[in-house]
Design a protein around this ligand. Structure first.
Ligand code: UDP
Length: 486
């Protein structure tokens, strides 16, 4: 089909791996439905993704344009080349938000230059609120993309709302949410980010977050990275919030064309070495340990975790990420091991340590992997579900606490052993949790439930609900373009 006849949709993405990876997967899915897609991000992420796209066999056939924007004046704390959360130390969110705000002008300038290719739709990350005005300015519809699940998004929205209206209901250490389901949802401190427990009105991050969540429903429709069968009650709640506007669950968005070794970033281990190592282990015996792209552990935390893992006597693959501000480029492997791991840990050879980026989908899909120790970022959670792997959870911040509640209490496909980013995990709890999931009857039951959700997830993206919803969304884009042309 001629490019001119295709609807042009623009994804405006948030510069964190947990947002940019699913947004790119979504971009590819949309482009495979005869849409012209522009993927708007920061220069740093654009450069990184361009490198990966060039290696992909679909790059030549999919109509996706990567657009890297820079602010007109530099933002302090975000040096050029570091415009991505995974390249910034913990606690950089305020600087990133200022950075994002400063991209509105260059974005609108770019959109202006598109002339007759002006987008019919701006698909905006749920954390980017200025797209409300850009969509108005260009006569595009605004569709919000929620890279969180329906439960996480609903709870986030409900809490922000009740803080705004001063109606946040607390009972002792717990927060009660009344307006999502017909019966109240109780969140103990294990499942609630500290920010919401304290809800300090002087907390700038909290006010910004509330502002962002207020733009959630200022949209024409919503795309959610989940599937209908996983969280039906919470999807219904979001539909109620949207008040008749459409919602499409299109997840789990995963790479078109199967599992790629280079998803998001180039992996820091050879796939061959990794797979050989995994092949040498028994089925479902290995625990994969990784806390996403932006939770950097301290020496104390890695030491405690290492001791717990070793005590479990189960093999592990552990992707360790150290804060960019504490590790100099010159740090070598031996120095890292000496400061972050117990003495002799590496020599005892109980597991495989990856210093840096791991090919997560390759690992999770290997038959030897029987559990995923995760921070419960939504992408990691969905990927674990899609691979039928039970979870051992340590939610660290933001909606990860809610995801962990969903995984452990609602879906019954994991257990939580720790919470909050700054906590030092209890070694004994690490050991017991790993053994419970991998070596006990209770673990077998957890695995059965995980496999049942895996089947549903595979069906949804293999021709079922998510496939149909995606087609429906693409059709709507074609309809919108035809209406404009009339
Ligand atoms: N990821 C990866 N290798 C890593 C760490 C993360 O491939 O070493 C991918 C992971 O598969 C997921 C994304 O990065 O798709 C992380 O998103 P998530 O929502 O789980 O966590 P976040 O990084 O946003 O905290």
């Amino acid at each position: 089909m001629d490019t001119l006849q295709k609807p042009h949709v623009v994804l405006v993405t948030f510069p964190a791996m947990g947002h940019s990876i699913p947004s790119l997967d979504l971009a590819k899915l949309l482009a495979s439905h005869s849409l012209t897609v522009s993927y708007v991000t920061t220069r740093t992420i654009e450069r990184r993704l361009r490198g990966l796209m060039d290696e992909s066999p679909q790059a030549a056939v999919l109509d996706i344009q990567l657009v890297g924007l820079s602010p007109q004046s530099a933002i302090e704390a975000i040096a050029e080349g570091r415009e991505s959360m995974d390249l910034l130390p913990n606690g950089s969110s305020l600087a990133v938000i200022s950075f994002i705000k400063s991209l509105r002008e260059p974005f609108e300038q770019w959109a202006e230059e598109q002339g007759s290719r002006r987008p019919v739709c701006i698909i905006s990350d749920m954390f980017i609120d200025w797209t409300v005005h850009s969509a108005e300015r260009f006569g595009s519809v605004r569709v919000v993309f929620a890279p969180f699940g329906a439960f996480g998004t609903s709870v986030f929205h409900a809490i922000c709302n009740s803080i705004t209206t001063n109606t946040l209901r607390k009972e002792g250490d717990s927060v009660i949410i009344d307006n999502i389901l017909s019966s109240p949802l109780k969140f103990t401190k294990e499942h609630m980010p500290r920010r919401f427990l304290e809800s300090d009105s002087a907390d700038t991050r909290l006010s910004i977050l509330i502002g962002m969540m207020q733009s959630l429903t200022k949209c024409w429709g919503m795309l959610v990275n989940t599937f209908d069968e996983l969280e039906p009650r919470y999807l219904q709640h979001l539909k109620n919030l949207l008040n008749g506007k459409p919602l499409w669950s299109v997840g789990p968005v995963v790479p078109l064309g199967g599992i790629a070794n280079t998803r998001g970033k180039k992996s820091d281990i050879s796939e061959q070495k990794l797979v050989q190592w995994l092949d040498s282990k028994s089925p479902c015996s290995v625990i994969y340990v990784s806390f996403g792209s932006q939770a950097f552990l301290s020496q104390e935390q890695t030491q405690a975790l290492a001791r717990g893992l070793e005590a479990s006597h189960q093999p592990f693959v552990w992707s360790i990420k150290i804060s960019p501000d504490t590790v100099s480029a010159e740090s070598n492997r031996a120095e890292l091991c000496a400061s972050y791991l117990p003495e002799g840990f590496v020599e005892r050879d109980k597991g495989l340590v990856i210093w840096g980026w791991a090919p997560q989908l390759v690992i999770l899909s290997h038959p030897s992997v029987g559990a995923f120790m995760s921070h419960c970022g939504w992408n990691s959670t969905l990927e674990s579900i899609l691979m039928g792997v039970p979870m051992v959870t340590w939610p660290m911040f933001a909606e990860q606490h809610f995801n962990s509640k969903l995984v452990t209490e609602e879906l019954g496909i994991g257990i939580q052993f720790c919470q909050h980013r700054e906590a030092i995990p209890c070694e004994d709890k690490v050991e017991k949790s790993v053994r419970l999931v991998l070596c006990s009857d209770e673990g077998t039951e957890i695995r059965k439930r995980a496999v049942a959700f895996q089947r549903l997830g595979k069906r949804s993206v293999g021709g079922g609900s998510s496939t149909l919803n995606l087609k429906d969304f693409a059709n709507e884009m074609h309809n919108l373009m035809n209406c404009k042309a009339e």
